[in-house]
Design a protein around this ligand. Sequence first.
Ligand SMILES: [Fe+2]
Length: 473
Amino acid sequence: MPKLFSRSTPPKPASLLRQSLTREHGFEPLRVEGDIPEELAGTLYRNGPGLYECFGHPYSHLFEGDGAVCALRLEHGQALGAHRVVVGEGLRQERLAQKPLYGFNAPWWRRVAANFQKKLKNTGNTSVVVWQDKLYALMEAALPIEISQADLATIGETDLGAVTAAFSAHPHEVPARRAIYNFGLRYGRQTLLDIYELPASGRARLLHSVPLKYPVMLHDFIASERYLVFLVSPVKVNPLRAMLSIPPFEKLFRWDPREGTEVIVVPIDEPERTVRFHTDPFFQFHFANAFDVGDDIVVDFVRYKNFDVLSGLGVEEVDLDTSYVRATITPSTMAYRSEPLAKRCEFPRLHPAQQGREHSHVWMVSQSENPVGDAPDADQLVCLDIASGHQRRFQFADGQRTSEPVFVPRANEQQPNPRDGHVLSLVFDPASRTSYWAVFAAESFEDGPVARLWFDHHVPTTFHGVWAPASSA
Ligand SMILES: [Fe+2]
């Protein structure tokens, strides 16, 4: 029998990665092991849940945690690190009240009232974006929160001049259009998929709104130079449980494979000519890229068979039962076909100049495709050469946990060269109970990091990050 209106059941943390941060600080020198590549100049910002409880009450799911932004700044051959909680308005109120006011830990009458008033706690806990030289922390269902690039202090929530309800945590930049695209879901009597354009200069605007058949959970989308592509999996929001705020978190959503996955293709220059149709049901958190080939759109993403992954996150180590998939979509005939290119991977990233156009390499977190003889859950980074299918891997030792690899191009390169440049990842080392930034040379990354830049504390789970070159840092 469900525990109506009860407080949530505390999860059993798998490791320090699922435990709250122990120290906040602005930029300070990190301990350097190895050699910092001289040409690396800029800041890598990452974000994820940094607080796992509120005044003694543990959150029931990883996704409820309050955000914490961490950063690596490389300048003048020095490595500086910073780490700070995102203090949204909800957390600020809770700190004043000294008790939980939102989520499953709040008294049931308070959380139901908050839901009716559409007052959601903006945790800013998922990713970051830099737009027009300002840094924002993002979560899926709320407005961006501006963060100071000087010391990671929270500045405050903003609608960027255009956002009606929410701004998802997965904006995508299309260099050829000199713009960033993103979406937000607006729940109500009719659920709307709001699509935004953030130009490199000038104002943000609402590009288009697409009505959806039912309220869904939608994490990511992708952009080519001509199209925005949404693969809307049949993950239905349970409106009664959501409105009455009935735990657990994962039961706020219901997987309904009978609905299939809806393919929505929005032409950027003619959004009113949106094409939509259905294909077989599957789930995805993350896309790698999309590009146009004649009348087709090629879309690379990480596919899950269903939505079972949600309940495992945050409680135990996740077995990556996924495929890196290449789909080809033909809007004119509403055709969708796909083929797997790799297995057991997540968090795909690529050379930023290849976004929206054909890419040659993709970098991912992975687990061994042939785990015999290996620890089955050992973390790896993999670089997939798309043309040859060749994979280069680096496996972390001693239970170390890696995060999404962020590719940093060489400064002033003439053509995008994903074989050159560097790859940065944040790694947790359970032996020392601390975290470090791993710096890899792209051309030889399977040999291991050329530098490790150590915090003197652990950094809880981070999901996504962005590299801001020194000129915009
Ligand atoms: Fe994500």
